[in-house]
Design a protein around this ligand. Structure first.
Ligand code: FE2
Ligand code: FE2
Length: 352
């Protein structure tokens, strides 16, 4: 399990850090983030940022309603869809591990719990996007961007609405992953408006967009496929908004200021990978996460999935000029991670 050829390798010291992070209390209902930032008004109503205005017009025309545009009467057979998504399990690979006695029944149960966990984290992600989109409305000094960001607020509300309804349909849920909660805390509490953009619009939405696109391509479930199709269209617009805005904001920054953003982009990307470590799922399955996660986290499939998450983030960082400044600091980090090959991939479905 130590081979290092393909995909993103997760170092063991990072796994131990994740395993030792206190988990969210399942009884937690409210969570507060302390904030200190300026709410900025502008009296300059000119619309010179044509790309942002174009996105704003498109956003207004692309509104949809989870109550009307998703057929909630479609049945969701979780067992069937998990079996379809999971494919055949090679149980021989687990001989000598805590999973060697697992039969199809346990693997199916694990697949169902993984799905509930993943959708629960999507709900937390959509709610955090709702929060930072509304913060952008207040903190961005540009009139055009305030107009656009307001459309993202309602987009994210619809996504949250759709995912929570879907979660209810598949039954139950999991608390928010505490690593993700820390990440959201860091970006939302930062008083610099561009960091909210970089951490939210470019990194978090970029990883989410890749993750939704993968799920959309893999699932055979009609309801989920329909829902993701509508959501993906919005998310690619959100990423485009982040990139267009930051291209303008970053073009005149000094090397030192860019270095801070490069470091942030790297730490944020690596930090967000912790969101996909399903400690609670293993606990629910009666397996000690410390005994199993280090064994499975670097399997070929998991490494490949982690790598695929970067198909949007790397080209967008390039577009922002973050890859090559300061002697290619971020390029080197992405090379080490094995994701630099995505740098020239098509950016988003939106024209930037
Ligand atoms: Fe969203
Ligand atoms: Fe979004």
């Amino acid at each position: 399990m130590e081979e290092k050829q393909n995909g993103i390798y997760f170092p063991l010291d990072k796994i131990n850090l994740l395993l030792d992070t206190p988990k969210t209390d399942p009884k937690e209902i409210y969570y507060s983030i302390e904030n200190n930032y300026d709410t900025i008004f502008t009296w300059d109503y000119s619309k010179d940022r044509t790309k942002i205005i174009k996105l704003y017009e498109k956003a207004k025309r692309s509104q949809w309603n989870p109550s009307d545009d998703i057929n909630w009467n479609l049945g969701v057979d979780v067992e069937k869809s998990v079996l379809g998504d999971q494919g055949p399990i090679n149980t021989d690979k687990f001989i000598g591990t805590p999973l060697e006695k697992w039969k199809q029944k346990e693997w199916l149960e694990y697949g169902i719990e993984t799905k509930k966990y993943t959708v629960s984290q999507f709900c937390a992600g959509e709610q955090s996007a709702l929060m930072y989109a509304s913060k952008i409305v207040e903190t961005i000094p540009w009139y055009e961007a305030k107009l656009y960001a307001s459309t993202q607020v309602i987009d994210e509300a619809r996504h949250l609405d759709a995912f929570t309804r879907y979660l209810e349909k598949i039954g139950g849920g999991y608390p928010v992953n505490s690593n993700f909660k820390n990440y959201v805390n860091n970006i939302i509490s930062d008083s610099r408006w561009d960091i909210v953009y970089l951490g939210g619009q470019v990194i978090a939405e970029g990883l989410t967009l890749a993750s939704f696109s993968h799920m959309h391509a893999m699932t055979n479930e009609e309801l989920l496929k329909d829902m993701l199709k509508l959501i993906i269209r919005d998310e690619s617009r959100h990423v485009a908004f982040g990139v267009v805005s930051l291209m303008e904001a970053y073009k005149d920054l000094s090397d030192l200021e860019i270095k801070e953003r490069q470091e942030f982009a790297y730490e944020a990307s690596v930090g967000l990978l912790g969101r996909f470590v399903q400690i609670e799922v293993w606990e629910k399955m009666g397996v000690n996460p410390k005994n199993i996660i280090p064994l499975v986290i670097n399997s070929g499939k998991n490494r490949f999935l982690r790598q695929a998450l970067f198909t949007k983030v790397v080209p967008n960082c390039k577009k922002l000029g973050l890859l090559d400044r300061n002697d290619g600091w971020l390029r080197k980090r992405f090379e080490e991670m094995g994701v630099i090959q995505f740098e020239d991939m098509e950016l988003t479905d939106e024209e930037i």
